[in-house]
Design a protein around this ligand. Structure first.
Ligand code: CS2
Length: 442
């Protein structure tokens, strides 16, 4: 949008760390791709031309490294999902056993993961006397810039003592809050784009009309005039981040677990269940009570708008897509606000319901008997602790609550929290999700 308004010479060099599909589809199309925007009864399409090239780092690691040390690179943005970083929470220490981190600690000159590549590139830029780039994390992590700063510095010090301190004082890691629902691409995406363009576009993507970007304004090497395209450039992202993670993403995870287990393939189908929609409102109102006020936003309106976005009949957003990586998502979305409510003697019931739904999901079978993969990096560990009889709610709660590092201590130690979760889980197991939802909203 900014290029469209002002022109100029900013461009994006994309790097895929693992897959090759983006490079294979985009490069033969000169980086052009269609963005389809699906509204309730309208479909808009637009060809985006901001990508200069895409590098598949797994195939061309040298090209990826060269891109990162090119003098013209001013900003490195990241959208790699929560689990790709290999960072401990909340302090951002590296997880030495994370596969990409382990590889890069052993091979710092041939890095493959996020932390390894960033540390290598910053070290190299420093050695060559090039200004460092700004690192912009766009993933749904709490205080994403701060967390990533801690991780990159920790990693850098492990491979090049002193580099961490240099990064800490010379590299900026602004925090962000990015919000736009983006379902996985399907054949429908590609055929709608082809019909609109009268030619094939193998890199089309689709999204909803809503879009919100909030970015901490700390770009020592300069940046595009994003504010002209509606980005809120602020001093402190955290009120927006909490609002989004706790209200929108928390509710999204709730719908995903309840919906997937109950057989709703898409979020919009789940929302057509009135009791579920009501439960969702109750959940969001409770989560909103844990927030400070957010400049320019009426939280009641935000809740209504969020529900309407989820219900958008044109968006086929799979509950299983959102349900994945629960152990990475639960803390910032559901467990942190639950802990806050517990400590402040507020209502914990909606959070306990959401956690019970996640635990029910962890059993790996829908109510109609279909087995599925949890799509969680800790899937094996979850299966191992759940081995044995899974009819007993209390033992499931105990097993999952004691997964190392997942639940805050305050929740682990709270009999009332454990009991409330187990009570909902018991209803889910004995009488089903619909009965549990009714009991929650009654
Ligand atoms: C979703 C998010 O998949 C998920 O976990 O909750 O990707 C969500 O769609 C985005 O954060 C919306 O901005």
């Amino acid at each position: 949008d900014t290029l469209d308004l002002h022109g100029g010479d900013w461009r994006i060099a994309g790097v895929s760390l693992r897959g090759t599909a983006a490079a294979e589809s985009l490069n033969p199309q000169d980086g052009l791709y269609t963005l389809l925007v699906r509204d309730r009864d309208q479909l808009h399409g637009r060809v985006i031309a901001s990508l200069a090239q895409v590098i598949a780092a797994a195939q061309q690691p040298r090209l990826a490294r060269e891109a990162l040390i090119a003098p013209g690179i001013k900003i490195v943005t990241l959208t790699v999902t929560e689990k790709a970083y290999g960072l401990e929470r909340p302090d951002g220490a590296v997880m030495p056993e994370h596969p990409a981190v382990a590889h890069d600690l052993a091979n710092p000159e041939d890095p493959q993961g996020v932390l390894g590549l960033l540390a290598w590139a910053l070290g190299e830029r420093r050695r060559r006397g090039l200004a460092p780039f700004t690192i912009l994390c766009c993933d749904n992590l709490p205080s994403n810039g701060r967390l990533l700063r801690a991780g990159v510095c920790d990693f850098a010090d492990r491979v090049a003592p002193g580099l961490g301190a240099w990064i800490s004082s010379n590299v900026s890691f602004p925090c962000t809050m990015v919000d736009r629902i983006t379902p996985a691409v399907t054949q429908q995406t590609l055929s709608d784009a082809a019909a609109m363009l009268a030619c094939k576009d193998l890199a089309a993507v689709e999204t909803e009309p809503f879009s919100m970007w909030v970015v901490e304004d700390d770009f020592p090497q300069g940046r595009p005039a994003w504010e002209d395209a509606g980005v809120l450039m602020v001093d402190d992202v955290s009120p927006y981040e909490h609002m989004k993670l706790r209200v929108l993403n928390g509710a999204h995870s709730l719908v995903a677990y309840v919906g997937h287990v109950a057989g709703h393939v898409y979020v919009r189908d789940a929302l057509s269940d009135e009791v579920l929609a009501h439960a969702l409102d109750t959940y969001m109102r409770c989560a909103a009570q844990t927030l400070q006020s957010v400049a320019g936003i009426d939280l009641a309106d935000y809740i209504v708008a969020t529900r309407q976005r989820f219900a958008n009949p044109a968006i086929a957003h799979a509950t299983h897509q959102i349900a994945m990586d629960g152990t990475e998502k639960l803390p910032q979305r559901i467990l942190d606000p639950a802990r806050d409510c517990l400590m402040q003697h507020r209502d914990i019931v909606p959070f306990a319901f959401a956690v019970a739904a996640w635990m029910r999901y962890c059993l790996g079978v829908t109510e109609s008997g279909q087995h599925y993969s949890l799509r969680d990096p800790r899937e094996d560990e979850i299966k191992a602790v759940l081995r044995g009889p899974t009819e007993d709610a209390q033992s499931i709660v105990t097993a999952l609550m004691t997964l190392p590092g997942l639940f805050p201590l305050e929740l682990r130690d709270s009999p009332v929290w454990r009991r409330t979760v187990a009570d909902f889980l018991r209803i889910m197991l004995a009488s089903g999700m619909a009965a549990a939802l009714s009991s929650f909203v009654s």
